[in-house]
Design a binder for this molecule. Structure first.
Ligand SMILES: [Zn+2]
Length: 275
């Protein structure tokens, strides 16, 4: 009961805050700050992790596919964007991929080991690229800070008409571990779907990868966050793929020098066929 009353009071305060400053969000990092943060975090990853060299076939291929996906973004939109995209592979058996604010994207070798097709790689890439382009980290960060600091303080600061954000003040924990919301995941699936289709890929690749991890359970990669449930997200991708008005190609196998040969357990591509 007490908790419920508190919730009501919080909602009222939130309403007030919105009325006071409809557009300002003092906790939200600017695009420039997102880029700075991502570069800083990326530098620390490069110091701490073993990164595959630029000449490695996996890295070359990842970047080739990434560029195809980026090329599918309308030129008018890309011109306005300041993101500093980069694509690298961490030499670790971890099964994951993640995007840092402002552009850096990392894939772990363990995730690519589980892939069979270029379309699966493109699907995960487009999902992560969308987290960056739609500034999902910045939204999560602003929401988290508001929750942590309390709305009374927010109201005071809103009146100061200033920003609370400082690049130096962001803890690594918040850069690496902030979860995306359900809305962010759905948006990345949806926008990513459109991007891969435009780039000439079969959009079922991402659904394939989700199904693999939906079955496995346990620690799952970023793009299979616990909510919404990955099986449902994969179904939604399938549904959209069936409703597509344009033909999509069959999934193409990863080149032999990109696939894991020693102990890889490649993923079977879900549905064959153009539609
Ligand atoms: Zn995601």
């Amino acid at each position: 009961m007490v908790r419920m009353r508190f919730a009501t009071a919080t909602l009222c305060l939130a309403g007030l805050a919105l009325a006071a400053a409809p557009s300002a969000d003092i906790f939200r990092p600017s695009k420039e700050d997102q880029v700075k943060l991502g570069q800083r975090a990326s530098e620390s990853i490069r110091k701490e992790e073993k990164i595959l060299p630029d000449t490695h076939p996996r890295v070359l291929f990842l970047r080739r596919v990434a560029n195809k996906v980026l090329d599918a973004i309308p030129a008018k939109e890309r011109e306005k964007e300041i993101w500093k995209f980069s694509f690298d592979v961490i030499d670790s058996k971890d099964v994951n991929a993640f995007a840092l604010p402002g552009g850096p994207i990392y894939f772990f070798n363990g995730l690519i080991d589980k892939m069979e097709t270029e379309d699966q790689l493109a699907g995960v890439l487009a999902h992560e690229i969308t987290h960056i382009r739609n500034q999902h980290w910045a939204s999560s960060y602003a929401d988290t800070m508001k929750r942590r600091m309390g709305l009374t303080l927010v109201l005071t600061l809103l009146n100061a008409n200033d920003t609370m954000f400082s690049v130096a003040g962001v803890a690594d924990e918040l850069i690496f571990n902030l979860p995306y919301s359900r809305k962010h995941e759905t948006e990345s699936d949806r926008v990513g779907f459109d991007l891969v289709v435009k780039a000439g890929y079969n959009p079922r690749g991402l659904a394939d990868m989700m199904r693999v991890f939906a079955k496995e359970g346990g620690k799952t990669p970023e793009f299979v966050s616990t909510h919404p449930e990955p099986g449902k997200r994969a179904d939604a991708i399938e549904r959209r793929a069936r409703e597509l008005k344009v033909a999509v190609p069959e999934q193409r196998p990863l080149p032999a020098n990109v696939r894991q040969s020693a102990n890889g357990q490649g993923v079977k591509a879900g549905t064959k066929g153009g539609r």
